[in-house]
Design a binder for this molecule. Structure first.
Ligand SMILES: [Zn+2]
Length: 125
C-alpha cells in the first residue's frame, strides 16, 4: 500500500469542496423554505432550484424537511472533517485500523473515514 499522492489529495479536496457547496446549498434551501413557511412568502429562492426539484413534490412535508436537514448537516460535518484530514495528510487512512481506504470506496463516499471491514464491525455494534 502506498500513500495518496498530493495530486490525488488535490482531486479529493476538489470533490469534497464541491460536495460541501452542494450540501450547504441544500441546507440553505431547506432553511429558506422553513423560514418562508413561517413568514408566509417572504423568502427569496432564486438559485438552487435544482435541489428544490430534488426535494420534489414533498415540499409541504415538514417532517421530510427536518429529516433531510439533519441528514445534510451530518454530511456537511463529515465533509468538513474529511477536508481537515486532507490538510493533516491523514485523508484516506482508516481511523480504526490505520489501513488505507480503497479508492473505490472513496469514490462513492469521499468523506469515508473507515475502511470497509472496520465500518462493518462498527455497524454491527
Ligand atoms: Zn479499518
Amino acid at each position: 500500500m502506498k500513500d495518496l499522492t498530493s495530486k490525488q489529495l488535490e482531486k479529493y479536496e476538489e470533490i469534497l469542496r464541491k460536495e460541501k457547496d452542494e450540501t450547504q446549498g441544500i441546507i440553505n434551501d431547506i432553511n429558506d423554505i422553513q423560514k418562508r413557511g413561517a413568514k408566509d412568502g417572504n423568502g427569496d429562492l432564486s438559485s438552487y432550484s435544482m435541489h428544490q426539484a430534488d426535494m420534489g413534490t414533498d415540499t409541504d412535508n415538514a417532517e421530510r424537511r427536518v429529516y433531510l436537514l439533519e441528514k445534510e448537516m451530518k454530511n456537511l460535518k463529515n465533509i468538513n472533517l474529511a477536508l481537515k484530514r486532507i490538510y493533516e495528510k491523514t485523508y484516506g487512512i482508516c481511523e480504526i485500523c490505520g489501513d488505507y481506504i480503497p479508492a473505490k470506496r472513496l469514490k462513492i463516499i469521499p468523506w469515508a473515514k473507515l475502511c470497509i471491514s472496520c465500518k462493518e464491525i462498527e455497524e454491527k455494534r
